[in-house]
Design a protein around this ligand. Structure first.
Ligand code: HSE
Length: 308
């Protein structure tokens, strides 16, 4: 069934989630972007961005409208006139999958308008939106934002995604007041890594997937390690070592960097107020940086709020 107007919400997510560089993603319950799209007369695609500075409103350059356009093209949609409003609920460049939230939201909104239900088509269109911004077509954030829960890419060539329902836990997120472009954070990664590091990550990643399947939070925390990206990137996040130590001392079960940073996240069963405060204070005392922070939980993915 085809509609005139659709509104969707699309959530933040944490890519890599410890050992799963470019593979693991955890969907967050909040914050979300809200995206609405309508059919309009003519052949112009008008885009309006609210709630964030500096994002382009050119349809071919904005990640949400670009993903929507890619889905419309793939579905051979002949209608060309659209109007899209993107209400950003999260800060771009902060490491919680802002561009993926927008691209998934744009693709899901267009899919709702066109009556398309095939999630593979939506995923591929969303990944093109992500690629436009980051310069690389990685599926970790987009899969988590689209499918919800804990996701991983089980085969990059066929873009196979596996979703696991995580156990209940709290996620404390700290967003230092700096911005890191994903493309820059990818540029500093080495082209090859020592075999011992690859083996260690492989073991941690297998342990993480097994722990998620068993819904064993202590084991999830135990496997929250990484030698493929964080050792090279942690210098981009001032005060990371101090924030991590303070969060663990305040009761966090594990701490890592969200995606390409600068977000730092902690997982916990309880004491989230204490952990949040400890992280904010440690960032200020060790690096002199202000931050935004919030507490959330694993989420269930992008949703169509209305289609009329
Ligand atoms: N896996 C990607 C990276 C996520 O770490 O570069 C970027 O958001």
């Amino acid at each position: 069934m085809r509609f005139q107007k659709a509104e969707v919400s699309s959530p933040a997510s944490i890519a890599n989630f410890g050992p799963g560089f470019d593979s693991f993603g955890l969907c967050l319950a909040s914050p979300v972007d809200r995206i609405s799209i309508s059919r309009v007369d003519g052949d112009e695609f008008a885009v309006k961005v609210e709630g964030a500075q500096g994002l382009t409103e050119k349809a071919e350059e904005n990640t949400a409208s670009y993903a929507a356009l890619k889905l419309a093209e793939r579905c051979e949609c002949e209608h060309k006139g659209f109007s899209m409003t993107i209400q950003k609920g999260m800060k771009p460049g902060s490491g919680i999958g802002s561009s993926a939230a927008s691209s998934v939201g744009g693709a899901v909104a267009m899919a709702a308008l066109l009556g398309v239900r095939d999630k593979r088509l939506i995923l591929e269109a969303a990944a093109k939106g992500e690629e436009l911004i980051s310069g690389s077509r990685h599926f970790d954030n987009v899969a988590a934002a689209l499918y919800g829960g804990f996701t991983f890419v089980s085969d990059h060539a066929s873009k196979s995604i596996v979703r696991i329902e995580p156990p209940e836990f709290e996620v404390v997120v700290l967003l230092p007041e700096i911005e890191i472009r994903t493309a820059d954070a990818r540029e500093i990664l080495p082209k090859s890594v020592p075999m011992a590091d690859a083996v260690e990550n492989l073991s941690w990643a297998a342990g993480m997937v097994h722990s998620m399947m068993k819904k064993d939070l202590d084991a999830i925390a135990h496997h929250m390690n990484d030698r493929l990206a964080i050792p090279y990137r942690q210098g981009l996040v001032p005060g990371y070592a101090s924030v991590r130590e303070s969060a663990l001392n305040a009761g966090a079960l594990a701490v890592s960097i969200g995606g390409s940073g600068p977000a730092v996240f902690a997982i916990a069963r309880e004491k989230t107020d204490r952990i949040q405060q400890a992280m904010v204070e440690a960032l200020m005392s060790s690096a002199g940086l202000e931050s935004e922070s919030f507490v959330t939980k694993p989420g269930t993915g992008a949703k169509v709020l209305s289609a009329t």
